[in-house]
Design a protein around this ligand. Sequence first.
Ligand SMILES: CC(C)(COP(=O)(O)OP(=O)(O)OC[C@H]1O[C@@H](n2cnc3c(N)ncnc32)[C@H](O)[C@@H]1OP(=O)(O)O)[C@@H](O)C(=O)NCCC(=O)NCCS
Length: 172
Amino acid sequence: MEVAKYEAVETLRDGRQTRVRALKSDDRAGLLSAVSKSSAQSLYRRFFSPKRSLTEDEVAYFMDVDFVDHVALVAELEEDGRGVIIGGGRYVLVEPGKAEVAFAVVDRYQEQGVGTALMRHLVAIARHVGLEELTAEVLADNISMLKVFEKSGLRVSTTRDSGVIHVALRLS
Ligand SMILES: CC(C)(COP(=O)(O)OP(=O)(O)OC[C@H]1O[C@@H](n2cnc3c(N)ncnc32)[C@H](O)[C@@H]1OP(=O)(O)O)[C@@H](O)C(=O)NCCC(=O)NCCS
């Protein structure tokens, strides 16, 4: 498996097809566009702070993916003949064998299975490269994210620290 060229097709709940693929160096505009279409609540749930846009440094970080320590996938939909990014999921290695995951799906495409699909593909990659554990920080009221983790089929353990749930998912 060449992670930097990862690609798969998934069918959304409404029957449309989405391409789940590795982030590419020319996805900057698509990523910014997806952020601009996301609600304040979604951005808050992703970044844990009020945000309407990303700083230059944040964009640089999100685009700086080496597909070893930092793996990013996007979900893309064909709209008017061109690919539009509707969501993304990534993991960043935090220590050997262990990576932190995070996801974001543009609001109007949520509840269609995109998050679940991104999770499944990230897990496939993580397993392929031999990671042992995925972790995530999730706001306690973020039912969708917690549901995606529950549905992953992985062994999930959670600890709660006031409003934040720390999730650990065992890959082995
Ligand atoms: C979290 C997020 C990535 C999930 O993506 P998604 O594409 O909407 O997820 P899916 O459609 O695959 O699955 C969501 C599940 O939650 C369920 N769900 C959502 N709200 C629910 C509720 N209030 N009660 C019960 N189930 C609920 C959905 O029914 C669905 O489960 P199902 O497939 O069994 O029906 C997306 O909502 C998002 O981008 N949120 C904002 C950013 C964010 O929270 N990021 C997480 C930071 S780690």
